[in-house]
Ligand binder design. Structure first.
Ligand SMILES: Cc1cc2nc3c(=O)[nH]c(=O)nc-3n(C[C@H](O)[C@H](O)[C@H](O)COP(=O)(O)OP(=O)(O)OC[C@H]3O[C@@H](n4cnc5c(N)ncnc54)[C@H](O)[C@@H]3O)c2cc1C
Length: 1017
């Protein structure tokens, strides 16, 4: 059974059928019960667990909460003391810790606060910290020295950590579960980031296997007796992302052959052990593929009689109800019982961000908390309606949600005249007081299972941060639950009533991804790879074959260049007079036309330039953004003259007027985006253009110029002349009508252009040059290795390394280098290098066979200076592309930055190690090569980030993310030094360089006196 996502609709339309999940009477009961629970819990505030108190005290709204989150996220993984000390010092000086001291009766808050008060006095958290708080606090004020502070803080973090995890391994967790009544019924979760390598996936799989066996055998589970329901036993939760490093919808085949068998094996083991197994819900992008895996698990005859298979469903997802309906049908057709854990969803902020970055047409999640709450209740009702097959599990810490679910349960009981089996779930360390209170007040409270993370402290960081983020938010129930400043009526309110008061279901301050840039321009539309229909459509475009003529057959002659300049200079006379608004409209029309022609450009880019789907889509989007951004920028620049302040009786106006005929020379690595960006910037400001596209990619350029003509650019205003660069340059640069040159390509050619222009007689012409760089990423030991590896892979090997912004030199702090290198090795192993028309391909060919040969030579040369750490394999088939155009990604370790003295424009990554004290020298070495294009920084230390930013020549600096894919208008792009002249493409100053400034000063008193002054009242 396949899950097909419902068609895209507005948020209002999606929520409309769910708006009334409770009857009026049920709503009233839910409100009363919820409020009574909060009231009861508040009366017992002194019993609240450490964590609740802690989360309330250190929210996201205070600096200390954020500093603490930073520390918690990074401290435990830092291997070297020096960096740990710097992080501690930095984060602690950024907060006012005294203000928290003693604010809560909870020892935990006090312990952490004191642990965090690094003020020269200080701080040790001995083991007896919990048992002898007073004695411990006295000690704090008596001792002081850095190692102690560090030790204390590490321990403080572990204390925080131990509040979130039940054990460092499954044995410890089970021992705790057996001895602690509040942890008797758990769903154990093995912590960790998603697998980045096959080895990770195997490790996680083994951990799950071991955990399932142990949970099945555990004393606590045996005590429940075989006659009792499976749901009375502790169970396991698994993350599919832990089972394969390529768990995405695009890698469907691999998921089928590798991940599904693993998932089936775990399910069979859980069934054999008689325990439940729930598949956690992860990103919305993975929803469809997760349902495919789940369907395979649910259709397995070997486990049909086992009722423990479960799936988590996120109510914030706008497809949630469709998912519930799908699972209900799956249970029916497979004639088996399934469990559904209903959650609201843990990744809301990331979902919103990702959708904006990708330019999705709609968000996959609701944008208001009350919509999620209503969706949750609607899904809950649907689960009860299907409770003959489904076992509902409600995961929440929200009193109103608990109360509303209970009232739905009682309605269901009445309707069927019998009992309904279901449970609540809470996270370990949270919601204890609330559920205790519910148990006290309500006879109908069913079993409550605890989601129990298991793992070493260093692995809990990401989890911890997610919980802090989730609960620190102002909209979070946990954040306000015990806060006496917030009335009980506010804490427990009816989300349905809230929805009724809204004029628009979509949040007014969260624009749709396409509306990100407000009224000035539309964001380009991206592709939602979470929907199979899109994937299939893109795959089809890639597979369409095009028989392109040879590039040479398109080449024009030097005479054509002369003719083009003549025509362009004549056309300039009219074009410059065209109102800027009309020129801008042409660009916007071009953007819309390109959006409509996306599929054909996708095919063309894949065929002519060997682009992978992801790269081609990104390039088309960038082109559209250039058109819209420059249209808006030109309106602003040339819409009206700037009136300048001055003495009365005089009018001074500054205007930007076009220069004349521009020569635009673009490279093959972005045959669409850079080609178009240069041209439209010149055109929209009123210039005419003679453009030379790259020798190897004339078809893309010609297709785009056709599109520009269709959008309204007159033919004589734009001339596109494919030919050999040198021949073109020789003719173009001697044209007397030439008014400026814009160029992207090699530094040598830029220098030739510069010298040739300088040697001309007559006017001094502007040159805008964007060239290459030896781009580095500096990674210290505070960085998260998994994130580093993700970002390195995309920065170094994306687009087969053929981006000028690509990462060439990875600089790793020696203390954490080996761990990152190992992970990087493993992750490179699963890179797919091959046919660009296959959607699963990560690294396509380089532009020509001779480029590949040069790159291989570079690899050989660098291996002589250093050591080859890794080369990936080439796929067995490379489609229509000859094998000699492929360069298998390489990782080469070198000793110093000086060893890398030239840019190698391909998938070759050099890596070096540095010690902290060598950082200034490293920065010096990087500057010494003269390039300044991009720099990546991965650190949690603000001080390091500032030092590197100040010390680098790089025009674009990226912190804790990848360093490619600059977005037009968001990250204006361009380098300094040998990397370019500026102004930055896609930035606010770019258009001015295509114009000259003119000022007119009019003596307004000359014709009859200063009337404006004389009539002043
Ligand atoms: C046992 C258990 C298992 C879990 N398993 C998973 C899992 O597999 N996958 C997963 O993603 N999460 C999982 N979670 C986390 C869960 O999603 C969060 O704990 C839950 O969202 C918090 O909801 P609440 O009812 O406790 O709190 P509330 O404070 O009532 O709700 C907070 C939630 O509302 C939503 N929200 C907040 N702001 C907005 C907004 N502006 N627009 C729309 N929605 C908004 C978010 O989902 C946020 O987490 C699990 C939680 C538990 C207890």
């Amino acid at each position: 059974m396949t899950f097909i996502s419902p068609a895209l609709r507005s948020e209002t339309q999606d929520l409309a059928p769910l708006r009334m999940p409770l009857s009026a009477a049920e709503r009233l009961v839910a409100l009363e019960t919820g409020r009574s629970l909060v009231k009861g819990a508040r009366a017992r505030a002194d019993e609240r667990p450490y964590l609740d108190a802690f989360l309330q005290e250190f929210g996201l709204s205070n600096q200390e909460g954020i500093a603490l989150m930073c520390l918690a996220e990074a401290l435990l993984r830092i291997p070297d003391d020096e960096t740990a000390d710097r992080l501690i010092a930095e984060k602690l000086t950024s907060g006012n810790w005294d203000s928290h001291s003693g604010r809560s009766d909870s020892l935990f808050v006090n312990a952490s606060t004191w642990g965090l008060m690094l003020t020269g006095r200080l701080v040790e958290l001995p083991d007896e910290v919990r048992s002898n708080a007073n004695g411990w606090l006295r000690q704090l004020t008596q001792r002081a020295s850095e190692p102690m502070v560090r030790q204390a803080l590490r321990r403080a973090m572990k204390i925080i950590g131990s509040e979130f995890v039940v054990g460092r391994d499954i044995d410890e967790a089970l021992r705790r579960s057996a001895s602690d009544a509040s942890l008797a019924l758990c769903s154990f979760d093995m912590l960790g980031e998603g697998a980045r390598t096959d080895a990770d996936a195997e490790r996680y799989f083994d951990a799950y296997v071991k955990a399932i066996e142990q949970i099945g055998r555990s004393k606590a589970n045996r005590n429940t007796g075989l006659d009792r329901s499976l749901h009375d036993r502790s169970s396991i939760s698994i993350k599919l992302s832990a089972l394969d490093p390529r768990y995405t919808a695009i890698h469907r085949e691999r998921v089928r052959t590798r991940l599904i068998p693993r998932a089936l094996e775990l399910a069979r083991m859980a069934a054999a052990c008689g325990i439940g197994l729930t598949v956690d819900a992860e990103e919305q992008d993975r929803l469809e593929i997760s349902l495919e895996i789940f369907a395979a698990m649910a259709s397995d005859p070997a486990t049909r009689d086992w009722s423990g298979l479960g799936l988590a469903v996120q109510a914030y997802g706008r497809r949630a109800m469709a998912v519930i309906e799908h699972i209900t049908e799956l249970a029916e057709t497979q004639k088996r019982a399934l469990a559904v854990r209903l959650v609201k969803g843990a990744y809301w902020d990331s979902e919103i961000k990702r959708a904006q970055e990708r330019g999705l047409v709609e968000y996959p999640v609701y944008t208001r908390k009350c919509s999620t709450d209503v969706s949750y209740l609607a899904c809950a009702r649907a689960l009860f309606a299907a409770s003959d097959r489904l076992y509902p599990q409600f995961a929440t810490h929200n009193a109103h949600t608990i109360a509303a679910v209970l009232s739905l349960a009682s309605a269901r009981r009445e309707a069927i005249g019998g009992s309904v089996d279901f449970e609540f779930q809470r996270l370990h360390g949270m919601g204890t007081l609330l559920y205790d209170e519910a148990r006290r007040q309500l006879t109908s409270l069913p079993r409550v299972r605890v989601y129990a993370p298991v793992g070493p402290h260093a692995d809990l960081l990401a989890y911890l941060v997610r919980r802090l983020l989730e609960n620190g938010a102002n909209t979070s129930f946990v954040n306000r639950f015990m806060d006496e400043r917030v009335s009980i009526e506010q804490v427990v309110s009816d989300p349905i009533s809230e929805i009724e008061t809204l004029s628009d279901i979509a949040h007014e301050r969260i624009p749709l991804p396409t509306g990100l840039y407000g009224a000035s321009r539309l964001n380009s539309r991206g592709v939602d790879f979470g929907r199979r229909s899109n994937i299939e459509q893109i795959q089809q475009c890639l597979k369409n074959t095009l028989n392109l003529p040879s590039p040479e057959s398109r080449y024009v002659t030097p005479d054509d260049v002369e003719m083009a300049f003549n025509k362009a200079s004549l056309a300039f006379l009219d074009w410059r007079r065209q109102p800027v608004a009309e020129r801008a409209e042409i660009l916007e029309r071009a953007a819309d036309l390109l959006d409509q022609s996306r599929d054909s450009f996708l095919t063309l880019l894949a065929t002519e330039a060997g682009k992978t789907a992801a790269d081609a889509i990104a390039e088309i989007r960038e082109t559209i953004d250039f058109c819209r951004y420059y249209a808006a920028a030109a309106r602003q620049l040339q819409g009206a003259a700037l009136v300048l302040d001055g003495p009365t009786g005089e009018r001074n106006e500054l205007s930007h007027v076009p220069r004349g005929v521009w020569c635009c020379i673009s490279p093959w690595n972005f045959p669409l985006a850079i080609f178009t960006g240069q041209i439209v910037a010149a055109l929209v400001t009123g210039n005419t253009v003679v453009a030379k596209p790259a020798e190897t990619t004339p078809e893309v350029a010609l297709a785009m110029s056709d599109l520009l003509y269709r959008a309204g650019v007159p033919r004589d205003v734009l001339h596109v002349l494919p030919m050999v660069g040198k021949e073109f340059g020789a003719v173009a640069l001697r044209q007397s009508t030439l008014a400026g040159v814009v160029f992207t390509g090699s530094t040598q050619t830029a220098q030739w252009l510069n010298r040739t222009l300088a040697a001309r007689d007559g006017a001094i012409l502007p040159l805008i040059a964007e060239t290459g760089g030896i781009n580095a990423m500096i990674v210290d030991s505070t960085a998260l290795p998994e994130q580093v590896v993700d970002d390195v892979l995309s920065s170094a090997f994306g687009s087969a390394g053929q981006r000028c912004s690509a990462l060439r030199l990875l600089c790793l702090q020696a203390d954490s280098a080996e761990r990152i290198l190992e992970m990087l090795n493993g992750a490179m192993e699963s890179l797919v290098v091959g046919d660009p028309t296959d959607l699963t391909t990560d690294v396509g060919p380089v532009i020509t066979a001779s480029a590949a040969t040069d790159l291989e030579r570079h690899i050989e040369r660098m291996c002589e200076r250093g050591r080859l750490r890794k080369r990936t394999a080439l796929a067995a088939t490379t489609g229509a592309v000859a094998k000699d155009r492929f360069v298998r990604p390489a990782l080469i370790e070198i000793a110093t930055a000086k060893d890398l003295d030239r840019e190698a424009f391909g998938p070759i990554l050099h890596v070096l190690r540095y010690r902290t004290e060598e950082l200034p020298q490293l920065l010096e070495d990087l500057r010494a090569n003269g390039y300044g294009l991009t720099l990546g920084i991965q650190t949690r230390l603000d001080g390091t980030r500032r030092t590197l930013f100040e010390g680098t020549l790089a025009g674009n600096v990226y912190v804790n993310r990848n360093m490619i894919g600059a977005v037009v208008g968001v990250q204006p792009f361009g380098g300094t030094g040998l990397s370019g002249t500026g102004p930055k493409a896609g930035g606010p100053d770019y258009l001015t360089r295509f114009t000259t400034e003119r000022v007119i000063t009019i003596n307004t008193t000359a014709t009859g006196g200063n009337t404006a002054l004389l009539t002043l009242e």
